[in-house]
Design a protein around this ligand. Structure first.
Ligand code: PGA
Length: 254
């Protein structure tokens, strides 16, 4: 059975104090109100990770993720952070290939393949993001884009490594825009992704892989999206910055 996950992506938001209070609220709400969800992940800026990991240690359903790591193990890379450093403060997941990293920081499929390798080597589970731009959708090329991102970013992995990875389908045109993919549009791509995984890794691994939807997911649309056969949860940006909205999305899942 594949794992169901709701992951928050705080992006570059929340100073230290605000982050701690938001996370404490989420922890309390999850404890008091949420039953059944398999895993809640909070992907926060680096300054928060150690404190959040310590707080999360009391709540087994909540784990912590980072939003990026460098592709090298260590070395002279001023301003960067390594997978081993993240692991050393209790981080379990790392978002890799987010469209904002691809778009604003020039991250290519080849670079992301290296980042995925270093993350897995250090026992961090990648949440690997893929998705097409509006032009790519309108020109009907979105399946080709998804296929390329999968092939060049993660299909070099062994079966054992691939099984540790989570995939997030995030249509770029839906991120932070308030334009959500319809449940049917999202399901169509999720089913395509699972078909590609089955062709490469076999049915068993494909069926066990968690595929999240991301892009303007909110408490109103979450239940419809999450009820689709191949949607195993969400990667939530804006709505993860409000404890009530984030908790309501987690509840929509049950
Ligand atoms: P959004 O962001 O929910 O604010 O659209 C999703 C994401 O970028 O992961």
């Amino acid at each position: 059975m594949r794992k169901k996950i709701v992951a928050g992506n705080w992006k570059m938001n929340m100073d230290y104090t605000s982050g701690l209070s938001l996370f404490s609220e989420v922890l309390n709400m999850v404890k008091d109100e949420v039953t059944g969800t398999q895993e809640v992940v909070v992907c926060a800026p680096f300054i928060h990770l150690q404190s959040l990991s310590q707080l999360a240690a009391q709540q087994s359903r909540v784990t912590i993720g980072a939003q990026n790591c460098h592709q090298a193990e260590s070395g002279a890379y001023t301003g960067e952070i390594s997978a081993a450093m993240l692991r050393s403060v209790g981080v379990s997941y790392v978002i890799l290939g987010h469209s904002e990293r691809r778009q604003y920081f020039g991250e290519t499929d080849a670079l992301l393949a290296e980042k995925v390798n270093v993350a897995l080597k250090n026992n961090l589970k990648p949440i690997f993001c893929i998705g097409e731009t509006l032009d790519e959708r309108n020109s009907g090329k979105y399946f080709d884009v998804i296929k390329r991102q999968l092939g060049d970013g993660i299909f070099h992995l062994s079966d054992a490594d691939f099984s540790k990875l989570v995939i997030a389908y995030e249509p770029v045109w839906a991120i932070g825009t308030g334009l959500t993919a319809t449940p049917e549009q999202a399901q169509e791509v999720h089913a395509f992704i699972r078909k590609e995984l089955a062709a490469k890794y076999g049915e068993a691994i494909a069926n066990d892989t968690t595929i999240l939807y991301g892009g303007s997911c909110n408490p109103k649309n979450a239940a419809d999206l999450f009820s689709q056969a191949d949607i195993d949860g969400g990667l939530i940006g804006g709505a993860s910055l409000k404890s009530r909205d984030f908790t309501d999305i987690i509840k929509a899942f049950n």
